[in-house]
Design a protein around this ligand. Structure first.
Ligand SMILES: NC(=O)c1ccc[n+]([C@@H]2O[C@H](COP(=O)([O-])OP(=O)(O)OC[C@H]3O[C@@H](n4cnc5c(N)ncnc54)[C@H](OP(=O)(O)O)[C@@H]3O)[C@@H](O)[C@H]2O)c1
Length: 228
């Protein structure tokens, strides 16, 4: 157990990634505090959270994650992703906790959509000597299911993988005590290849149609030089 006795506070614990991270962190022996947004709104200052123990590590996974809506809802996206991150980073600094910031593979792609701009701006608040910035991408396994997105844009190249796969890698990075920027993903592939692992009959949408559908320039290639 590589996190035996460590106290970890996680924001966004009820989100797609947070729900995967919590049991993995516990398996490594960590005591995990994962307050819901109602208990800890990370944009509030002071943080307003009654903590049963002082965290050694704060994982900041809460974010405005609706990339399409962010293009129209800029103020809210900016406030949560930039100001919220600044406040969580300040809390980590005050408590002398290590900050782990979940960023995005979109931050190194041009042209940048508004969501990516806010995630990149959030990185500025992380002390790169002591903290960890995770640039990554993931999908829930039911992402292309009947009630979710109906098609996959193609060709789009990515290091994205299923959220359970990526969560394990993030926990490994934390256990290894990594700092600075970690590009986390799995080998280069098309999104279509990923989608077909779960939905062989997934509808293919030419990527040329994507920009109009999502309202920003849909990144065609988000591959990174992987750290893990
Ligand atoms: N999904 C992806 O493909 C992807 C790719 C790259 C990076 N990321 C990053 O990975 C992280 C996790 O993403 P995700 O897909 O798991 O997101 P998600 O499912 O949308 O979850 C976001 C979480 O943040 C919480 N939250 C929102 N506003 C908050 C606030 N003011 N205070 C506290 N909590 C708040 C939400 O609470 P409620 O449950 O109450 O709504 C939710 O639990 C994010 O930082 C995201 O930018 C995601």
């Amino acid at each position: 157990m590589r996190l035996e006795g460590k106290h970890i506070l996680i924001s966004g614990g009820n989100g797609r990634l947070g729900r995967e991270l919590i049991p993995l962190l516990k398996q490594e022996g960590a005591h995990v505090m994962a307050p819901a947004r109602q208990e800890w709104d990370c944009t509030l200052h002071p943080c307003g959270l009654a903590m049963p123990s002082i965290p050694d590590i704060i994982i900041h996974a809460a974010a405005y994650t609706d990339v399409k809506k962010a293009e129209e809802d800029k103020d809210e996206c900016e406030f949560l992703n930039i100001e919220g991150t600044r406040r969580v980073a300040a809390l980590a600094e005050r408590l002398k906790a290590k900050m782990v910031y979940i960023s995005s593979d979109y931050v190194s792609v041009e042209p940048m959509c508004f969501y990516a701009f806010t995630k990149l701006a959030g990185e500025e608040f992380i002390n790169k000597r002591k903290g960890l910035i995770v640039r990554t991408s993931f999908k829930p396994r039911n992402h292309w299911g009947e009630n979710a997105l109906t098609g996959v844009f193609h060709p789009v190249h990515t290091n994205c993988d299923w959220v359970d796969v990526i969560a394990k890698k993030i926990v490994d990075a934390i256990c290894e005590g990594r700092t600075g920027i970690a590009n986390i993903g799995t080998k280069r592939k098309t999104l279509k290849e990923l989608a077909q692992q779960e939905y062989p009959e997934v509808k293919i949408i030419p990527v040329e149609e994507a920009d109009k559908m999502v309202g920003y320039i849909y990144p065609r290639d988000t591959c990174m030089k992987l750290t893990i």
